[in-house]
Ligand binder design. Structure first.
Ligand SMILES: Cc1cc2nc3c(=O)[nH]c(=O)nc-3n(C[C@H](O)[C@H](O)[C@H](O)COP(=O)(O)OP(=O)(O)OC[C@H]3O[C@@H](n4cnc5c(N)ncnc54)[C@H](O)[C@@H]3O)c2cc1C
Length: 402
């Protein structure tokens, strides 16, 4: 039995390939798309053209039994830029939603439509949060009612803050099918392209990740065919029956998040590493009192702590990614732990990077200002800092901490 934390040649090649794309295509475009607050379609198209964006690519990353391909790719993309990284990778959350509960036929039908093709790339959206149901998933109000006469589901409600909401080809929508059962009474639906009744009148203006489209999505008598219920009706009926008898079954939204949290942690890491590298370089060049600022312990030790925190977070992310890929149970909430740590590290490291760059760090002339804005979301989405703490606390204590 051997153990090694050294990346394989394949992993190093993958990392260098994505890094090259980040250097050539993402970094030069980052400030512009952040200012425009628009989806960077030319960069997505280029990613699709070289085979970095598409369902076959995602399948290759997922096939890696070490689980490391996804975090490696995400760290490099988001090292390039958080907003553009999310514009490229936001689709994956919807795909994870389909993957978490879809049948093989549903995967084959919908996942390719999430991405489109290299000549005409598309994006997808995962719509779980609502204005009054972010952390509190049980408060979800969007309803799905089955119309037996037509074998259709009818969806009504409002979804909030959906990445790619309204511009997506495929929307994956979480809705309540049995209000009595709380989160266990929810199911996920695919809303196919061009379905009447789904609308998204305006996008939301944000603090960071501004090249990634975020919007509320309204569902007004949206009718989808029976086959759009992920997992199928028979499985749903069985699951609801078990829940009514008080049996165990985790919510589908929760399962999606468990799968995606280490990858999201890797995104935070990419932003943190980018800011750390900029601060390290600047500290070696900027002189005050006749010497480079890095020659002060106050600055050098901060850089040492930044690097230490980034490396520690990466180990947690890689561990959780390996566990998730190999179905090792997250007995101590390791998926949440990795995202909790990486989000905090990104927020702290980018703030320290602004500090090390002084006045320059606070201006849009230097990218750490954007990185600082981009990083904060990692304490908020895919479960806030406190929700990750709750998951870990419940897992390690074995108690239902409210
Ligand atoms: C840019 C962006 C992109 C997003 N993308 C998506 C997406 O694609 N799909 C999607 O479904 N959602 C998405 N979201 C929504 C995101 O997941 C939610 O904003 C997040 O889950 C927090 O929910 P909330 O905003 O309602 O905060 P709230 O739940 O109202 O929380 C507010 C504060 O209270 C704290 N809090 C709440 N409950 C507790 C508790 N029990 N104990 C301690 N503290 C608590 C929280 O930690 C937080 O600090 C996105 C949000 C943003 C900003």
């Amino acid at each position: 039995m051997s153990f090694s934390l050294e990346l394989t040649e394949e992993h190093r090649d993958l990392r260098d390939w994505v890094h090259g794309f980040a250097v050539k295509e993402i970094r030069p475009a980052a400030a512009e798309w952040d200012e425009r607050e628009e989806t960077p379609w030319p960069v997505i198209s280029e990613a699709a053209r070289i085979g970095l964006y598409g369902f076959e690519t995602l399948a290759t990353f997922w096939a890696d039994e070490t689980g490391l391909s996804l975090p490696i790719v995400n760290e490099e993309l988001f090292w390039g830029d958080g907003g553009i990284g999310m514009a490229i990778f936001g689709t994956t959350l919807a795909v994870a939603g389909i993957f978490a509960s879809g049948t093989p036929d549903q995967l084959a039908e919908w996942v390719p439509q999430c991405y489109g093709d290299a000549d005409d790339p598309k994006v997808a959206a995962f719509c779980s949060s609502e204005p009054d149901a972010g952390s509190d998933v049980a408060a979800m109000r969007t309803r799905a009612v089955y119309d037996e006469a037509t074998d259709e589901w009818v969806l009504n409600g409002q979804k909030a803050w959906a990445t790619n909401g309204g511009i997506a080809n495929v929307h994956v929508v979480q809705a309540v099918v049995d209000p009595e059962l709380g989160p266990k009474g929810q199911a996920a639906f695919v809303v196919p392209p061009g379905t009447p009744g789904l609308s998204s009148p305006s996008k939301i203006r944000k603090h960071g990740l501004r090249a990634s489209h975020t919007a509320d999505v309204y569902l007004d008598d949206v009718r989808v065919p029976g086959r759009c219920l992920l997992g199928g009706k028979e499985k749903l009926d069985e699951r609801l029956a078990r829940a009514r008898e008080g049996g165990r079954s985790s919510s589908q939204a929760m399962r999606t998040f468990e799968l995606s949290r280490p990858t999201v942690g890797a995104q935070a890491l990419g932003i943190a590493r980018a800011a750390y590298e900029q601060a390290l370089e600047y500290a070696g060049q900027r002189e005050t009192f006749g010497r480079p600022i890095i020659d002060n312990q106050g600055v050098a030790f901060t850089l040492a702590d930044m690097r230490t925190e980034i490396d520690a977070a990466r180990l947690l992310v890689w561990r959780a990614a390996w566990m998730g890929r190999n179905e090792v149970p997250f007995e101590a909430g390791e998926g949440s732990m990795s995202k909790l740590k990486a989000g905090r590290v990104a927020t702290w490291v980018t703030e320290r990077a602004v500090q090390i760059l002084g006045g320059n760090g606070y201006t849009r002339e230097y990218p750490v200002e954007r990185m600082h804005r981009d990083a904060k979301i990692y304490d908020i989405f895919e479960g806030t800092e406190q929700i990750q703490q709750l998951v870990v606390a419940r897992a390690v204590s074995g108690r239902h901490i409210p």
